[in-house]
Design a protein. Structure first.
Lengths: 170, 231
C-alpha cells in the first residue's frame, strides 16, 4: 500500500482527474467509479511510479487505460447502434450504483462537439488544451510518438471546426 | 490561408481552455481515502495464540473420550452413582425384563441373589412397572421400578453391601427411620441399610416439594419391602 505522502500527492490531482473522467465517460456515476478505480490502482502500484517524473501524467495514463478497459468491455456487451457507434446511455460500469438520471449536459456547442469526437481526439484535446500538459506528457499518456499527438490535435480541431460550423448553420 | 487558420486555431484553443470544469465531489475524496487506508492489523501475537488455542481444543476433543472416568473415592457416592446410572438407563431404555410381582419373584431371587419376603407391589400413588436383576459395584442385586401419578419414575435397588456406611451428616428423620438423602447428577437418592443389604431409591424428585413426596414414597416402600440375601 502506498505511503501517506504519495497518497497526498496523488489526491492533489483529484479535480483534474475527475474533470478528465467526466469528459471521457460523460456520466457522473461513471466518472466517480472511474476515478476511484484509478486511485485504487495507482495506490496499489505506487512502487512502479518513478519519482521525479510527472505524477499527473502517470495518473491520467492509468485513468485512460482504465476507461478503455471498461469501455471495450461495454462496447462488446452493449447493443450497437446502426451506425456502429455504441449507445452512451449504457452505464460504463456494470456495478455502478443507481444512476443519477442524466448524462452530463452539454452547455455549449463546443461541449456537444467534444462529446462527438472519437476518444483519441477527445483525449489529446483534453490533455493538451484543457489540462495544459506538454506534448511529451500527452504522448506518454497516449502511448504514441509526439508527432502522432500533434497530428491528432490538428485533426481533432479540424473536426471540431466542422462540427461547430454545422451547429452555427443549423 | 495560413494566417486565417492560425488565428482560428488559437481562438479554438482559448475556447477549449475555457470549457467548464467539473470538480470532484467531496464524498469521492472521502471514499478514496477510506478505500486506500490499510485495514487495522491484528496484533502480532494474536495469530499464534489463536492457533495454539485451536490446537489445544482439538487435542482435548480427541483425548477426553479416552480418559478414564473419575470415580468418587467415597464408597457411598460410588454406590449412589451406580444406582443413578441404573435409574438413568431405565429412563432411557426401560426395564429389560418387566414382570408382574409376585409371579417373577422366584426367578428374580434366583437371578439377583436377593430374596424379597415382603415387597411393595404398588398402590394408588405408585404403580409397579418392572422388576429385574442388576449387577452394580461387582454385586448382584435387584431393581424394582415404579411410576407415580405425576409420571416420576422411581427405582428401588437392593444389593449386598456389607461395607457400606450410611453417612450420618446426610441422614433425614422420616418416622422411625433415618435414611440418608444424597444427590448425584441431578437425581436424589435415599440410602439406607437393612442388615448387610444396601437399599436405594432413586428419582428425579429434587425440589423441596418433591422431596416431601419422595419421603412419602420412601415410607411406603421401606415399610413393606424386606430384602435379604438369598444364600
Amino acid at each position: 500500500m502506498a505511503d501517506l505522502d504519495f497518497q497526498k500527492q496523488a489526491l492533489a490531482h483529484l479535480d483534474a482527474l475527475y474533470n478528465f473522467a467526466m469528459y471521457l465517460s460523460k456520466r457522473p456515476s461513471d466518472a466517480d467509479d472511474l476515478v476511484q478505480e484509478t486511485y485504487l490502482r495507482a495506490l496499489r502500484f505506487s512502487h512502479r511510479f518513478q519519482p521525479g517524473t510527472h505524477l499527473r501524467a502517470w495518473l491520467f495514463q492509468i485513468l485512460r487505460n482504465t476507461f478503455l478497459t471498461f469501455y471495450r468491455v461495454r462496447e462488446r456487451e452493449a447493443p450497437v447502434a446502426e451506425d456502429g457507434v455504441p449507445e452512451w446511455d449504457v452505464p460504463m460500469f456494470h456495478h455502478a450504483p443507481e444512476d443519477d438520471g442524466t448524462a452530463m449536459d452539454a452547455h455549449t456547442d463546443l461541449e456537444r462537439a467534444m462529446r462527438r469526437l472519437p476518444e483519441e481526439f477527445r483525449t489529446v484535446l483534453l490533455l493538451a488544451e484543457v489540462e495544459g500538459l506538454p506534448l511529451e506528457e500527452v504522448a506518454r499518456v497516449m502511448a504514441c510518438p509526439v508527432g502522432t499527438v500533434k497530428s491528432r490535435i490538428f485533426r481533432a480541431k479540424e473536426r471540431l471546426r466542422g462540427m461547430l460550423t454545422d451547429y452555427e448553420t443549423k | 490561408m495560413t494566417e486565417r487558420f492560425d488565428e482560428s486555431d488559437e481562438s479554438l484553443s482559448r475556447r477549449l481552455a475555457g470549457l467548464p470544469r467539473y470538480a470532484a465531489p467531496a464524498r469521492l475524496r472521502v471514499s478514496i481515502v477510506e478505500a486506500a487506508s490499510p485495514a487495522p492489523r491484528r496484533p502480532i501475537w494474536l495469530s499464534p495464540l489463536l492457533a495454539a488455542a485451536a490446537t489445544t481444543m482439538v487435542l482435548a476433543l480427541l483425548v477426553l473420550p479416552v480418559l478414564p472416568r473419575i470415580t468418587p473415592a467415597d464408597p457411598v457416592q460410588r454406590y449412589v452413582r451406580a444406582v443413578v446410572s441404573e435409574h438413568s438407563r431405565t429412563l432411557m431404555w426401560g426395564a429389560r425384563h418387566g414382570e408382574i410381582l409376585p409371579t417373577a419373584l422366584p426367578w428374580l431371587t434366583e437371578q439377583s441373589g436377593i430374596a424379597l419376603p415382603k415387597v411393595f407391589v404398588g398402590d394408588e400413588r405408585l404403580t409397579f412397572v418392572a422388576a429385574e436383576p442388576v449387577y452394580l459395584e461387582r454385586q448382584r442385586g435387584v431393581a424394582i421400578h415404579y411410576r407415580d401419578v405425576d409420571g416420576h419414575m422411581l427405582t428401588y435397588i437392593a444389593l449386598p453391601a456389607p461395607g457400606l456406611a450410611v453417612p450420618d451428616r446426610a441422614r433425614v428423620p422420616i418416622g422411625r427411620w433415618r435414611p440418608a438423602l444424597l444427590r448425584d447428577s441431578g437425581f436424589a437418592s435415599w440410602v439406607w441399610k437393612q442388615g448387610d443389604v444396601g437399599c436405594f431409591i432413586v428419582s428425579d424428585m429434587v425440589s423441596a416439594d418433591d422431596v416431601e413426596r419422595f419421603k412419602e414414597y420412601f415410607t411406603r416402600i421401606r415399610s413393606t419391602t424386606e430384602p435379604v440375601p438369598a444364600h
